[in-house]
Design a binder for this molecule. Structure first.
Ligand SMILES: Cc1cc2nc3c(=O)[nH]c(=O)nc-3n(C[C@H](O)[C@H](O)[C@H](O)COP(=O)(O)O)c2cc1C
Length: 306
């Protein structure tokens, strides 16, 4: 008889029961999902992006469903770090699950100020830097689109906190491996990828864009091959762990990411379709490994046969 496989992983010092995390922005701070699932069963909860000040986000419509994914232009709607600490962290501290806070800002100073406040809180076990935000000082170009600005931001945050630092990479670049290497050298403990891919949809009746913001970020099954390809490319360029995401709907999707080189995975859009998607994925992974007689999830990381 097969023994239960080991699903435990450690990413950048964060100990997780299993390698399944929530993708930022698709799980809030878990409050709504706690009506459906036991949050303590997750590997880690990654919260919605938090900024220094409260943000109302973009005007609607800001979500549009496409044949195999969705476009969104939420625009980082959030309550600001002070309220996040008082309300969301207060709620999350009741659960036995590592909390990783996704952080955003318009300037390096804003990122640093948010991370400083979060670093004082025991319940926060890691920071995920969303480098896809507009760098106001560079005229709105995202930090994550350029090696130099990604390094500058990562170094500044690295000096601010001892917490494990995960940098979340944008796929909207031609040199994601160079950016990954840059942030590794600047002190990142792990990278996560991919964020959404820039896209647009148009209503042929009205001739108008489907999103009020005109363009938005594509997520869901449509982006999985891009994400898997980028994880594989980066796994050859860096030595720090990779958290993979983009279109994971079930165990077979997640397995592609592990085989490509991800040590953990995150589920995003699938949560909107099925609030139990993460829990089902954990169960399916355990079943898959048991049937295959693989004793540890880490044994398949990077094992794609090329
Ligand atoms: C509605 C929505 C909001 C998101 N908000 C954030 C965010 O605040 N910060 C961030 O780093 N990524 C954000 N993302 C990106 C996701 O975390 C994830 O990287 C992306 O959706 C790909 O995974 P998926 O295909 O499983 O959804 C958001 C995605 C969606 C769909």
């Amino acid at each position: 008889m097969n023994l239960k496989p080991n699903l435990r992983v450690e990413i950048a010092g964060i100990k997780m029961k299993n390698p399944v995390m929530t993708a930022s922005g698709t799980f809030g701070s878990g409050l709504e999902y706690s009506n459906f699932i036991d949050l303590s069963k997750l590997g880690a909860i990654v919260t919605k992006g938090v900024t220094l000040k409260k943000q109302t986000g973009n005007p609607g419509p800001r979500v549009y469903e496409t044949p195999c994914g969705m476009l969104n232009s939420i625009g980082l709607q959030n309550k600001g770090v002070k309220n996040f600490i008082a309300e969301d962290l207060e709620f999350l501290k009741k659960f036995n699950v590592p909390v990783i806070v996704n952080v955003a800002g318009n300037t390096i100073e804003e990122y640093v100020a948010v991370v400083e406040q979060l670093s004082e809180k025991d319940v926060v076990k890691g920071i995920e830097l969303n480098v896809s935000c507009p760098n106001v000082k560079s005229g709105g170009l995202s930090f994550g689109l350029n090696v130099k600005s990604a390094i500058k931001l990562t170094s500044a945050v690295r000096k601010t906190t001892k917490l494990p630092l995960i940098v979340k990479l944008s796929p909207n670049v031609g040199n994601i491996d160079e950016i990954a290497k840059g942030v590794e050298d600047a002190g990142a403990d792990a990278v996560s990828l991919i964020n959404t891919i820039l896209g647009m949809a148009i209503d042929p009746q009205s001739f108008k864009p489907q999103l009020a913001n005109i363009v938005g970020g594509l997520s869901g099954p449509a982006i999985k091959p891009v994400a898997v390809g980028m994880v594989w490319k980066i796994s050859k360029a860096i030595n720090i762990p990779i958290i993979g995401m983009g279109g994971i709907m079930n165990c077979y999707d997640a397995l592609e990411f592990f085989l490509a080189g991800a040590k953990a995975v995150a589920v995003g859009t699938a949560n909107f379709i099925d609030p139990e998607a993460t829990i089902k994925l954990i169960e399916e992974l355990e079943e898959f490994l048991t049937i295959k007689d693989i004793s540890d999830i880490s044994d398949i990381v990077g094992q794609v046969k090329v």
